[in-house]
Design a protein around this ligand. Structure first.
Ligand SMILES: Cc1ncc(COP(=O)(O)O)c(C=O)c1O
Length: 411
């Protein structure tokens, strides 16, 4: 199995070696990844090219049109879905509110909507508010506060379930629920499934069909890209939905879901970010040129998972050996994202202490508020350590040493 060349990958990220954060061990990836130069260059090139209108008349109009099409194609490859069903928007949160408002047009009293306590609030609140407005009932799927594994979805499904909203990976504990099984059960009762793949997409290959997701959401800024969101669905499903839109804007799918002028420059950055992900593993070109991007993505994400899993094993083993350090959740299948607490220390104090060791591991509940509360961590949460493609073994040791000095100073 081909391995990630970490020096090659790290060389892509100027923030690692210049500027105010240079030299820091960055464990804040789940909040937003670092950005490779090629992504920033693509954004700058698109901005300075003077793009303002799409069309086919002038070379610039055509380039703008191609920029939009290229971003949909890239996101389609990333999520394993038809690019004609890729909707882009300000953020996953904004898109989910819009989708909830649109889908709720068909809900009424007696209908039920399932949300989980494991999810980021962006995949909870839009559905709860939309259900309340429609007079529909919200049913909560809980998780085990110790393991952070979701309960059996069948306990909350009924013939009246219209939608199940579930995360593909928890941004707090790293849990990767069995979304395929959840989707199968939801489809059996005729419900739609909305999957939040924002956290997962930075760590593993997402496959809309394999997840059984009717709609799947991601945010490019979690995987090297600009601050945007995207939701992908079968275009045939989008054809059945009528979002609020302006009268003169097109009624075509997917554009009718996209409010206002698209951020062309950021879309250029999205394409570059997916290309960078596909390039994590250097892959030989073949006679016919490069392999298809989806295949390059699959190979790169496999190499990435291996890299991150190896670091995760060492991290968990090292944390386990530290007295007074508690890791929250022990999911069987997970991303390399770990939430921890240190006995006798507020998470913010732990974060501050680690900054003194050149380690950035933020404290909080990271908008997974229901999850934090259900796990007994209140609104405060813990310290989140997120591994990224650019994380190194030395950085993991630095974190462990930083924590060790804190726990030993207690004795
Ligand atoms: C798991 C998860 N879902 C959704 C979101 C929200 O994404 P956005 O910032 O694009 O609204 C985040 C952001 O942190 C997240 O981690």
């Amino acid at each position: 199995m081909a391995a990630l060349d970490l020096d090659r990958v790290r060389a892509w990220f100027p923030a690692l070696w210049s500027g105010p954060g240079a030299g820091e061990a960055r464990f804040d990836g789940p909040g937003g990844s670092l950005v490779p130069s090629r992504v920033a260059d693509a954004v700058a090139d698109a901005m300075t090219a003077g793009m303002c209108q799409r069309g086919s008349l002038t070379p610039l109009q055509r380039r703008t049109e191609e920029t939009v099409g290229a971003a949909r194609a890239a996101l389609g490859d990333l999520l394993g879905t038809d690019p004609r069903g890729v909707v882009v928007g300000r953020s996953m949160t904004a898109l989910t509110f819009e989708m909830a408002r649109t889908l709720a047009q068909g809900w009424g009293p007696g209908d039920e909507v399932v949300v989980t306590r494991l999810d980021h609030d962006s995949n909870i609140r839009p559905w709860v508010l939309a259900a309340q407005r429609a007079g529909a009932t919200v049913r909560w799927l809980d998780f085990d506060p110790v393991t952070a594994e979701l309960d059996d979805v069948r306990g909350v499904l009924s013939e009246r379930t219209r939608l199940v909203a579930v995360t593909a990976a928890s941004n707090l504990f790293g849990t990767r629920p069995d979304v395929a099984a959840i989707s199968a059960a939801a489809h059996e009762v005729g419900a739609l499934v909305y999957v939040d793949a924002v956290h997962l997409a930075a760590h593993a290959l997402v496959d809309r069909a394999a997840l059984g997701a009717d709609l799947v959401a991601c945010s490019p800024y979690k995987f090297f890209g600009p601050h945007l969101g995207a939701v992908a669905a079968d275009p045939a499903l989008l054809e059945t939905l009528q979002p609020d839109k302006l009268l003169p804007s097109t009624d075509a799918v997917p554009e009718r879901f996209e409010l206002g002028t698209l951020p062309y420059e950021l879309l250029a950055g999205v394409t570059a970010s997916v290309e960078a992900l596909a390039d994590l593993l250097e892959q030989p070109t073949h006679e016919g040129g490069e392999l298809p991007r989806r295949e390059r993505l699959a190979a790169s994400m496999t190499a990435l998972e291996e890299h991150e899993d190896a670091l995760l094993s060492r991290l968990l083993e090292g944390l386990d050996a530290l007295p007074g350090v508690r890791v929250h959740g022990s999911p069987a299948r997970r991303t390399p994202t770990v939430l921890l607490s240190v006995e006798g220390h507020d998470p913010v104090a732990v974060q501050e202490h680690l900054v003194g060791h050149g380690v950035l591991a933020p404290a909080g509940s990271f908008y997974a508020l229901e999850a934090s509360r259900h796990a007994g961590l209140g609104d405060t949460g813990g310290v989140r350590v997120g591994l990224s493609p650019y994380s190194t073994a030395e950085e993991v040791e630095r974190l462990l040493t930083g924590l060790a000095t804190l726990t030993s100073s207690q004795e």
